[in-house]
Design a binder for this molecule. Structure first.
Ligand SMILES: NC(=O)c1ccc[n+]([C@@H]2O[C@H](COP(=O)([O-])OP(=O)(O)OC[C@H]3O[C@@H](n4cnc5c(N)ncnc54)[C@H](OP(=O)(O)O)[C@@H]3O)[C@@H](O)[C@H]2O)c1
Length: 260
């Protein structure tokens, strides 16, 4: 343990798998207790059991759908009774792709409700409790899809542009309370979401999944997808004392895909 987050506690939405789980593991290794949120309680418990012996930190979990305001209220209450939360990682998110004309209103709404309203409900509920009481960090998982346009996933890109915008606005409003808000914007990370993404896009582009994966790998200078640990490392930095003057930024993690 290098101890960059010793004594801290973090609430991590979508902490049961993928990027959220990797952030939970990285935080534990730095001495931070973690409270994991997701809908699938069996999966949450498995993850909590798996990571609970990494370091001498506490690992809690709570089943909650972040799109349900009442459930979020109860969840935040449970988290704050568990330990005072210093770091919020808004990571829960979904991807549903379709060409714009084919999107159902239901799918479009579900993406925005999870990726935008989920961030709104959890962040507001937690901040109402901690503002003026203690400093904090908020880290939002946005995406490169929050910085550019993409074909066949306009709901997802709209949601992630909203997260980037929210990050900037909250950073302005909360800085006087020493609550710093930043976002992480990865390109494609090798998780369940990337697998679903390849399936949707391969079908839409008339390619096989292997052809699309090869094309994706070839399109980025590093020639491969991002590993979850490569996102988690940045989250540790943004949560740490070293990032005490970093605010309102949306950090691109794309292996040099874009350089602007
Ligand atoms: N993978 C990528 O290529 C990529 C790239 C850029 C940004 N991101 C962003 O990074 C974040 C994590 O992505 P990932 O790839 O790790 O996704 P993932 O592997 O699909 O995991 C998603 C996590 O979010 C939880 N979740 C989803 N909907 C939820 C809801 N309504 N309420 C509570 N929890 C919910 C899931 O648990 P349950 O299903 O049990 O609820 C799971 O723990 C997302 O915000 C995503 O948009 C991903």
């Amino acid at each position: 343990m290098s101890g960059r987050l010793v004594g801290k506690s973090a609430l991590i939405t979508g902490g049961s798998r993928g990027i959220g789980k990797a952030i939970a593991v990285a935080f534990c290794r730095e001495g931070c207790s973690v409270f994991l949120i997701g809908r699938d309680e069996k999966r949450l418990k498995e993850t909590a059991d798996e990571i609970s012996n990494i370091e001498e930190v506490d690992v809690g979990w709570y089943g909650c759908d972040v799109t349900k305001p009442e459930a979020v209220k109860n969840m935040v209450e449970a988290a704050e009774s568990w330990k005072p939360i210093d770091i919020l990682v808004n990571n829960a998110g979904i991807h549903k792709g379709a060409s714009f004309l084919d999107y159902s209103a239901e799918d479009f709404r579900e993406v925005l409700e999870t990726n935008v309203y989920g961030v709104f409900y959890v962040t507001q509920e937690l901040l109402k409790r901690i503002i003026k009481k203690r400093p904090a960090r908020v880290i939002n998982l946005a995406s490169t899809a929050g910085k550019w346009g993409s074909r066949n996933q306009s709901a997802y890109n709209a949601s992630k542009h909203a997260v980037v915008g929210l990050t900037r606005c909250l950073a302005l409003e909360l800085a006087p309370h020493n609550i710093l808000v930043n976002a992480i914007c990865p390109w494609v990370v090798d998780t369940d979401m990337a697998t679903d993404f390849v399936e949707t896009h391969a079908a839409a582009l008339g390619k096989t999944k292997t052809e699309l994966k090869d094309q994706m790998n070839a399109s980025v200078p590093l020639g491969r997808l991002i590993r979850v640990e490569e996102v988690a490392g940045l989250a540790v930095y943004l949560a740490s004392d070293e990032a005490s003057y970093i605010n309102g930024q949306s950090w691109t993690v794309d292996g040099g895909y874009t350089m602007v």
